[in-house]
Design a protein around this ligand. Sequence first.
Ligand code: IPM
Ligand code: MG
Length: 359
Amino acid sequence: MSRKILVLPGDGIGPEIVGQAVRVIETVNEKYGLDLELSHGLLGGCATDELGSPYPDETSRQAAAVDAILLGAVGGPKWDDGPRELRPERGLLAIRKELQLFANFRPAMLYPQLAGASTLKPEVVAGLDILIVRELTGGIYFGEPRGIRENADGDREGYNTYIYSEPEVRRIAHVAFQAAQKRGKKLCSVDKSNVLEATVLWKEVVNQVAAEYPDVELSHMYVDNAAMQLVRAPKQFDVIVTGNMFGDILSDCASMLTGSIGMLPSASLNADNKGLYEPVHGSAPDIAGQGAANPLATILSAAMMFRYSFGLGEIAAAIESAVAAVLDDGLRTADIVTEGETPVSTQQVGDAVLDKLSS
Ligand code: IPM
Ligand code: MG
């Protein structure tokens, strides 16, 4: 069965890290005879430069025609001061919304080889393996009305709308419960129901859905406490489910438990497991073009693509083992070196992963 992948390198370090992940995909394609078809497209600042929009129609057509998408990262100072609707981030939000990629999986696991790279004490993070399930196409990111206007006093005011419908909460809750069933069977729903009505309803709906998953232990936590607990005792969590904005914030926080945001992959899925796969980190314009970026989050995102969109868990596992073996060998880009180690380049890490895969 032929499977189609659209590759969107994006901006900043995007092309460098995606380049390595594409080599990994091509290698497993060959090795396992997978019949994968890759095409390339534009998203983000590069798309605005070339086609006048961060999510051009051409990219939208390409995205509609594939089974999965691999994305690098978007954004950079070059586009920061332009019109809001042309910001690279708008392209990312638009593709997530258009493809209805409402379920965002952000695993944060600590590779034992990197325990020293975390800013937290090793005993706090050793063995860490948590999954944040972030709702990705609703909440305050997309709520209307939104904008910047002038109020009755003649002052400008900015406003957004935090809104979730019952079906939106229900579908992400099901995804999260099912993910928890496949792991440690613990789910923590994060809200701010002591203040925000939108999350009072969120909590109520999650509780309703829980009745269908008696084998999963459900708890609830306010987001401020969750942020604190993530750095105090992160291993208390198995799966966390939360809305778009809280998930954005908590997943960055969780990423640093693991030592480097440069290690964390993500998957964003629609109801049919069509997915967009991207590293959790951004486009890192400060190191773009230097060949210094860590390609492992993107390579691990490609692994997630095999698992979630293609149902090829054994290939995902092969890629993940190759990454672990490279870390065992002590190869580290600058973001994960500890004192006394010499960092290697993006390309060297890619070479090493390919080496492990073909051996
Ligand atoms: C992320 C990013 C995006 C988000 C930005 C780039 C729009 O921070 O994927 O976490 O806020 O969702
Ligand atoms: Mg973010």
